[in-house]
Design a protein around this ligand. Sequence first.
Ligand code: SF4
Ligand code: SF4
Length: 196
Amino acid sequence: MSQEATGRKPLSVGDYFKNIWETVTSTVAGMKITGRYFFQKPITIQYPDEMMVVPERYRGIHYLEQDKCIECHACERACPIDCITMETVRHGKELEWISFTVDYQKCMFCELCVYPCPADCIHMGTEFAFVTEDRSELNLDLLSYKGMSRDARIRKTEAEVKKAAKEAAKKAKAEAKAEQATEEKGTEGEGDSSDA
Ligand code: SF4
Ligand code: SF4
């Protein structure tokens, strides 16, 4: 094909060798960098089979020490975007847990819910892999069990037994008092009739 047809200038001999030189030098420059890393320990890891060490202060998925929680709602109130909700049934001092959820569709991992906790029982964990195709699963329940703990059930039973015993003692005392009053009334009646 002619020069007019291609619109290209013919390559001079100088440019030809210059191109070869640039190709060789740029390849050597690239291979020098490759060579530098070739003998170093690899820094890439095969995730998810291998995991990097997560820093201790990483702010990942929360975890809750459920047995320490007193359901004071301080964390819920501190959250700027209302992503914490909890539900329980109270049995005196004991808690029966229904739910304690954090909505990770909204959570911005700011840690503001952690600081006001008086029982130091809600923490930012190091777990970060939380992938799902179902949005509803992002409203994550942090409870490790539902209902009452074994210890709480024992304490509740003990408190009920104590309360029943107290009430029975109170009732017996009232009955004894009423009986004594009746007896005293009877004695007074007998005294009045013998005087007459
Ligand atoms: S980390 Fe921040 S946004 Fe997430 S639940 Fe706690 S207070 Fe709310
Ligand atoms: S602030 Fe702490 S103790 Fe209070 S409800 Fe939240 S996690 Fe439980």
